[in-house]
Write a protein that binds this ligand. Structure first.
Ligand code: ATP
Length: 270
């Protein structure tokens, strides 16, 4: 079971240069996660504890996982990822045990960055109904809190959690000594989108008339994940057309296709 829910990766292959925009957010992550791993003496000398856990929150596909991976890479740490939803939906009855295992594995692999995605799945505000499912989620969360609280000698393990639903979180996990550093990861602005387009086309063979600024202007409201999807789709247009280079028109058509697809999604939701 352990192997299935936990994704363990030694220094993942993601660098800071793979992240577009998010300069301030990344600096904050580096200060709270990278610095204590690289330079623990600094905190000893000054006499403060580095933050225990960092919580990244914001819309889906904006680079939260990417940042956690990059920081693990930069510190030569093992990246250990677990998704909150899997903890509670896939392995019913095992949530608390899996959380225990997670921290055990982290200590065995120091230095380690533990990344808990969709933490809202195990740490939502208490619901009124006392169904057994809720009790199980509660136990999983209590285990997580006790692992964090009892983490005096945390050594070289840092914890990053992520959520798209900050409002739903149980405030208990935000108390001092737990996830006490909140970092909002927003959708990219125009400049960020342009950078993300440039990153994702780095290894693509594109014509030199690609107007990245225009693409960035025309993709307001889109996430990094959306932009990556546009780039892939543009490549598919070229392949279907039997061309080896991707043109600006491919990008524009890809963007229109993705926009139309997401509008269909909106309609089917209502
Ligand atoms: P979720 O909340 O859905 O888990 P997330 O914020 O963790 O999303 P990521 O998994 O980091 O999102 O992003 C998904 C993919 O989208 C990345 O692997 C990357 O290819 C692309 N992407 C997202 N944001 C950025 C960014 N700021 N710069 C470059 N690529 C990005």
């Amino acid at each position: 079971v352990r192997a299935k829910v936990m994704q363990v990766e030694k220094s993942p292959d993601v660098g800071y240069e793979d992240i577009g925009g998010l300069t301030e957010e990344l600096n904050e992550v580096r200060e709270t996660v990278e610095l204590p791993l690289k330079n623990p003496d600094l905190f000893d000398t000054v006499g403060i504890e580095p933050p225990s856990g960092v919580l990244l929150h914001g819309p889906p596909g904006t680079g939260k996982t990417l940042m956690a991976k990059a920081v693990a890479n930069q510190t030569d740490a093992t990246f250990i990822k677990m998704a909150g939803s899997e903890l509670v939906h896939k392995f019913i009855g095992e949530g608390a045990k899996l959380v225990r295992d997670l921290f055990q594995v982290a200590r065995e692999h120091e230095p380690a960055v533990v990344f808990i995605d969709e933490i809202d799945a195990i740490a939502s505000k208490r619901t009124d109904s006392k169904t057994s499912g809720d009790a199980e989620v509660q136990r999983t969360m209590m285990q997580l809190l006790s692992e964090m609280d009892g983490f005096e000698d945390r050594g070289d393990v840092r914890i990053i959690a992520a959520t798209n639903r900050f409002d739903m979180l149980d405030r208990a996990i935000l108390r001092p000594g737990r996830f006490d550093r909140l970092i909002e990861v927003p959708l990219p602005d125009e400049e960020g989108r342009e950078k993300i387009f440039r990153i994702h086309t780095r290894n693509m063979s594109v014509t030199d008339d690609i107007d990245f600024e225009a693409l960035a202007r025309d993709t307001e409201g889109m996430s990094g994940a959306d932009i990556r999807a546009i780039c892939t789709e543009a490549g598919m247009f070229a392949i279907r057309d039997d061309r080896e280079t991707i043109t600006l028109q491919d990008f524009q058509e890809a963007r229109e296709k993705l926009e139309a697809d997401s509008e269909d999604d909106e309609v089917s939701k209502t």
